[in-house]
Design a protein around this ligand. Structure first.
Ligand code: GLN
Length: 240
């Protein structure tokens, strides 16, 4: 007997799913099950019908070409996603989709890929690729450990709050030590790795928001995160 069922939607798994981002979906699914919930996993690719009910949304990174390919379709579901974000639906967007949740991504080849403007950020492709392990700090989640690989440089507007402060690595733009952005229960970040296996506190926070929104209360199970801790420590110590 489960305590309920959470619909987990993955955006564009065909084109936007690199450097292990699929691991985020697997972690959310498995931890939801450990916390006692059934999971209805739904994939959304260009041209699909957007599901009527959705409790938690994830999206991954992509090459500039993949971003361009899904760009128009994403604009088509932008209002829907913005409404869901305003209603408190938790979302996790990594790298490429993080950029496209902002106002625009101008690639280094001069193409402007319009974003949905859910996050108050803009991104411009740089000439250097920012690659390597990264550690940031966040008041709620503590250290966030991941791996970045992007050339886009992101600047936050007044309505976006950074997710973390960069302790090691480049982050949003290699200048102001911000990393990622938050709006309501939406998290955008450059961190692959994948992010959630090494940062279970973020996974459980996303799950908590989804469950409370749907069922009014959340009673987490005790999960042994011993291996996640080892993975975090090892990744945090690795050279870039
Ligand atoms: N193509 C984008 C960039 O290079 C996003 C990369 C990614 O998703 N890893 O900035």
């Amino acid at each position: 007997m489960t305590r309920g069922t959470i619909t987990l939607l993955q955006l564009y798994p065909r084109d936007m799913n690199i450097y292990g981002d699929w691991g985020n979906t697997l972690v959310l699914k498995r931890r939801l099950e450990w916390h006692g919930y059934g999971v209805n996993l739904v994939a959304y690719n260009p041209g699909d019908e957007f599901p009527k009910e959705v409790d938690l949304i994830v999206g991954g990174g992509g090459q500039d070409s993949g971003q361009s390919k899904i760009g128009d379709d994403l604009l088509g579901i932008g209002d829907r996603l913005k409404t869901l974000a305003d209603q408190g639906v938790p979302m996790l967007m990594i790298c490429g989709l993080y950029q496209q949740f902002g106002h625009y991504f101008k690639t280094k080849d001069g193409e402007e890929i319009k974003g949905i403007g859910l996050l108050d950020i803009v991104t411009v492709g740089g000439h250097e690729r920012l690659i390597g392990n990264i550690v940031t700090e966040n008041d709620k989640f503590g250290s966030i450990v991941g791996y970045e690989n992007h050339s886009g440089l992101t600047t936050l507007g007044a309505n976006a709050t950074p997710l973390g402060t960069v302790m090691r690595g480049a982050g949003n733009n290699n200048q102001d030590r911000t990393e990622g952005a938050r709006y309501n229960n939406v998290i955008g970040t450059y961190l692959h790795g994948s992010l959630l296996p090494k940062n279970p506190a973020i996974a459980d926070w996303l799950i908590e928001q989804a469950v409370i929104r749907k069922y009014g209360e959340f009673h987490p199970a005790v999960i042994d995160d011993h291996f996640a801790s080892l993975a975090r420590d090892t990744a945090a110590r690795r050279p870039r």
